[in-house]
Design a protein around this ligand. Structure first.
Ligand code: ADP
Ligand code: ZN
Ligand code: ZN
Length: 733
């Protein structure tokens, strides 16, 4: 469609700046643009890529002062209408720059101006490759060769293959294969016959859930609540089968850490449709290719982490959010959106059913069920007959501790190991010890850039700050008195590993945390070792609590839960309860019931006892009553302003001015609290302050904040501090 008008039109363009407003430009005659297309525009002294918002706007300044669009990059809007609406909704809801939301919604290469319909790389055998004998000494190359003999292979769909790009390159170096690029053109998945391999026969609860999801017409949100192993994934798979058979696509969102090749393999075993994983390990090219294939309907299933919520789909049919309570769905910097919440909105805009699954639903989601917004589907038993885990609370007051463990816990570990079973010891603190102390004078090594103590890493002989990454050699002398009597205080996984290995020398031990799994492939091989039973004692952090199932683990010990019970963060209890249930869910199977031990100095804590005696549902019901009484989310709306500055007074004074502005316009029941120092007052050399804002209702909160934000953007009290806004904050750090 050409623009035949002789007069240039006026368009509003959204640029990736922190400013929420759009910028107006002239669209020269002869150029055509529609909302959602990218344009190149002059900006300041340079040029920028932007996305067209509205056409024929009334400009804020005189027309002859406006600059002209230089180039229109797309022939059609980049995103389907529903997704454009999601972008607008998100910018509006989170009071965030529309241009920045657009950026976040697009793959990196498209942000940089790459064509939306580009070239793709294919691997193919050469004539020599067709005739080559088997490669006896290179097993993986042989697999690659065998795969290419079946036909060409797109460079973007290597994720599911048992070899990597390196092997293809090695084949190319030998002259056996070649990579060529060509204009991508595939066919939608629904044009091919679909094979669904049968799964287990659903139990009655599963059958109810599957039918409910498949009978939903249009938008309908479900909360699927069931402990790990209760068969939630089977429900997703069965519901997906119907959707795929109807020629529609499925989007599955999963937490960062549980996105594993196993997830993909399980899906591939069930469905013979093209599918792709979207995760942080992809190259920019791979990401863009998946984006295109999803948009063009070539993929039946897209599985990805939070940003995958923006993947365009030609024919969406179902959205699934697994482990919907997981904190990794919330982006913690820049555009601080919640992937689950946007998935709900997206399902609404696409008019498709939505399944939120969890063993430990977020209190927000449970409140939505209570309010009748979501329908709750419960899986009460472990599928395949696995038994429930037994909980025990160990009072460690006055108890002698070895490796942080009380005698009863040590006894239990020994008993389970002797029976040939696996034991998992969970401690959410990596490193050797969280502080380094001088035994002579009491000096504590501090991070020079944060208000925090750096962690002792003994294996690497470093002192590392987990907040800013400052890393220095482990000192051997006290900086105050020169003594060499330096001791690590407190317990981290590295030390736990050493001490447990000494206590139980006959049982092979593996540690799983960010440090121990730094090398590529080391996590996979550790997990394989656990599954094959090569390791008997498992020590780990959060990484072990998610996504993996260890059927031969019959005992789980949680070392340190007291911190969460008396935290200043009102969500700490919810998070602890979720962690306890998730960790417990890793353990046991039908013939070997699991057991969970929690060590605490406060075994009488009402929340802990409710959780352990009556389970997560009872705990959540209590916690919701408490939230309602104290008017905390989900029964109110919160926002958190953060400020950071090199000089302490700058951040503080900015938030003081902001607090004043907010107080002047506060609606009934709304309050602003602060500025307060952040829990970590200084990080990476900067001082940090917070201002909490709360209001009974979300709409009201945004109406209150919006004008104050505009003031902050256009006429800030000063520019010496950086500020950010977090709506529906989940983390008070
Ligand atoms: P979740 O996703 O809730 O952790 P899964 O769907 O992974 O649970 O199921 C746990 C295990 O039980 C899997 O090995 C799965 O194959 C099996 N399973 C699930 N549903 C059934 C069923 N109806 N009959 C037999 N086995 C089942
Ligand atoms: Zn000293
Ligand atoms: Zn630091």
């Amino acid at each position: 469609m050409l623009n035949n008008q002789s007069q240039p039109r006026l368009i509003r363009v959204f640029l990736a700046t922190p400013l929420r407003r759009g910028f107006d430009y002239l669209l020269p005659a002869g150029l055509d643009a529609q909302p959602g297309m990218r344009v190149q525009v002059p900006f300041g002294r340079g040029r920028r890529l932007g996305v067209v918002g509205e056409l024929d706007v009334t400009p804020d300044v005189e027309t002859d002062k406006l600059k002209a669009v230089e180039e229109v990059l797309d022939a059609a809007p980049l995103l389907p209408d529903s997704l454009q609406r999601l972008v607008r909704w998100a910018a509006d809801y989170y009071l965030h720059s529309m241009g920045d939301v657009w950026q976040q919604a697009l793959p990196v290469l498209l942000r940089q101006g790459a064509p939306a319909d580009g070239e793709e790389q294919y691997w193919q055998l050469t004539a020599a490759g067709q005739e080559a004998p088997d490669l006896k000494n290179a097993a993986k190359q042989q697999l690659a060769l065998a795969r290419l003999r079946q036909g060409e292979l797109s460079d973007n769909t290597l994720a599911g293959e048992p070899f990597e790009r390196a092997q293809l390159r090695a084949l190319a170096d030998k002259g056996l294969a070649q990579c060529h690029s060509r204009h991508h053109k595939g066919s939608p998945f629904w044009e091919r016959e679909l094979t669904v391999h049968p799964g287990p026969r659903p139990n009655p609860e599963q059958a109810v859930a599957i039918t409910a999801i498949n009978q939903a017409s249009g938008f309908q949100p479900f909360l699927l609540e069931g402990v790990t192993g209760s068969g939630k994934t089977e429900v997703y798979l069965s519901a997906m089968a119907e959707v795929l058979k109807a020629g529609k696509q499925v989007l599955v969102l999963v937490p960062e850490i549980s996105l594993t090749p196993q997830t993909l393999r399980r899906f591939q075993k069930r469905f013979d449709v093209p599918m792709a994983l979207l995760h942080s390990g992809l190259t920019d090219n791979e990401r863009l290719a998946v984006w295109r294939q999803a948009r063009d309907g070539e993929l039946g299933i897209v599985i990805g982490t939070r940003s995958a919520v923006f993947t365009p789909l030609a024919r969406p049919g179902l959205i699934v959010v697994d482990e919907e309570h997981d904190a990794s769905f919330k982006q913690q910097e820049g555009f601080r959106y919640h992937g689950r919440d946007l998935a709900v909105v997206r399902a609404q805009l696409e008019k498709v059913p939505l399944v939120l699954g969890s063993a430990t639903p977020a209190l927000e989601s449970l409140a939505n069920c209570e309010a009748g917004k979501y329908r709750k589907l419960v899986l009460g038993q472990r599928a395949g007959g696995a038994s429930q885990v037994r909980f025990d609370l160990l009072d460690i007051k006055h108890q002698p501790l070895k490796a942080g463990l009380c005698p009863q816990a040590l006894g239990a570990i020994e008993a389970h190991l002797k029976r040939g079973e696996q034991v998992l010891v969970f401690l959410n603190r990596r490193g050797y010890a969280p502080t380094l102390l001088c035994h002579e004078c009491g000096w504590l090594a501090a991070c020079p850039r944060c208000s925090a103590y750096p962690t002792v890493h003994k294996g690497r002989q470093r002192l590392i700050c987990h907040h800013c990454g400052t890393d220095r050699p482990l000192p051997h002398q006290c900086q105050e008195c020169g003594s060499s009597q330096l001791v690590g205080v407190g317990l981290g996984t590295e030390q736990l590993e050493t001490e447990l290995a000494a206590l139980f020398p006959d049982y092979p031990l593996v540690r799983i945390d960010r440090d121990a799994t730094r090398r590529k492939g080391s996590l996979e091989s550790a997990l394989d070792g656990i599954r094959e039973g090569r390791y008997k004692l498992l020590v780990g952090t959060q990484m072990l609590a998610k996504g993996h199932h260890f059927p031969d683990v019959t005992l789980v010990v949680l070392l340190d839960v007291d911190g969460a019970l008396y935290s200043a963060d009102f969500r700490a209890a919810e998070r602890l309860a979720q962690l306890v249930v998730q960790v417990a869910g890793r353990a046991g199977r039908a013939d070997k019931p699991g057991r969970l031990l929690l060590q605490s100095h406060h075994p009488e804590h009402p929340l802990l006892s409710q959780l352990l005696l009556n389970g997560y549902q009872a705990f959540a019901a209590d916690a919701l009553i408490e939230r309602r009484q104290t008017m905390l989310p989900p029964y109110s709306a919160q926002a958190l302003f953060r400020a950071e500055s090199l000089k302490q007074e700058d951040g503080q004074s900015l938030l003081e001015a902001l607090a004043q502005a907010l107080q002047q316009s506060a609606p009934e029941g709304g309050w602003a609290l602060g500025p307060l120092p952040a829990p970590l007052e200084r990080r990476a050399g900067k001082f940090r302050f917070q201002l909490w804002v709360q209001c009974p209702d979300k709409k009201q909160l945004r109406r209150w904040l919006s004008p104050v934000l505009s003031w902050l953007e256009t006429a800030p009290p000063h520019r010496r501090a950086n500020w950010s806004l977090d709506l529906d904050p989940v983390d008070s750090a």
